[in-house]
Design a protein around this ligand. Sequence first.
Ligand SMILES: [Zn+2]
Length: 410
Amino acid sequence: MQSGLRIGSIFGIPLQIHPSWLIVLGLLTFSNGLNWQADYPAWGATTAWGVGFVAAMLLFVSVLLHELGHSLTAMAQGIRVNSITLFIFGGVASIDRESKSPGRAFLVAIAGPAVSIVLSLSLFGLGLLLPTASPVAVLTTDIARINLILALFNLIPGLPLDGGQVLKAAVWKATGDRFKAVRWASRSGLILGWGAVLLGLAMVFLLNDSGGFWLSLLGWFGIQNAQSYSRVSTLQESLVKTTAQQTMTRQYRVLDGEMTVEAFIELYFQASAKDNTPYFCSTDGRYNGALDVSALQNLERSQWQVRKLREFATPLAEIPTVTEETQALEVIQRMESENLTYMTVLSPVGSVAGVIDRGDLVRSVGETLGLKFPSEEIQRVKEEAAFPQKFQLGVIALATELEPELETPA
Ligand SMILES: [Zn+2]
């Protein structure tokens, strides 16, 4: 639900409205207007429709305040909020990454319903002070009721609802396993979603209540979202459990550091230039470092026979490296944020054990998920140095919190 019309921003968060929200606005104005004309004939039609429209707009404000509750709590934890979008089923705050601990995740989850409850109680209180059956009193009480529904509905314990996030935080706290927590909360979301679909259909076909369509649709939306939580979590788990050692290949070349630049250039152009094979050089069995081929491009031709490769090597201590135990998650995060085409894996004695590029990551993470990528596709990823559109490991990894407790001690 990322798409939507941007209508402004609040606390620096872009605020978007999905076209489906307009359906809600229209339906709500219509049903409020009809109900209030019948309930309060003294108002007259214009007032009833007008108050109906204002009530629909205030639902918008209520949902926005609910989402701001989540967003500001996340921001207080140093997490970026990309947008708040209002759509047919309410609002959604797109939060950059998850909280670092179950306690913090709980706070982000509960902040939305807490805002709605506080609003509801204040408005119910205010409604008692206003003259009965006046448009302002009816409006106030109606918005109070809507906020109460917003809070209670969202506390249903299944993803993607806030209650599902609370359940996730609780299971995470109890088991220490964030992935198990998401599995439980999304399974619960699936069960509740299917429950809503079936109940809705029963309402339609057994009771002739067309409101059941809405419930079924809501359930279906919940199922889709619960499944996507579960998919992302499974992927994150495999990124944490796959090690650099399982991912790395020996697709690199070690050259003699005493080789002249001229000899190297001949060799380099014999090997087809299409692959991004990393080069290292060593002298007498000791690594000089990684060879920076681009540094050779500016070298004057007269120097080619004189200069040695080792002069252009960057020591292994100065290039980005990981150990064999490093999680694939960290490898990807660093490759994405440092814009690397490959990562060097060092052995315990400090020599090159292997290299990892994006193609290797797609293959090995895919394997742990039971996905088989054709070798042509892996080769394309290697050449383009970009993750495939349908397997965006970079995006997922950057949104995943590193877990120090799962790292094997080096
Ligand atoms: Zn919420």
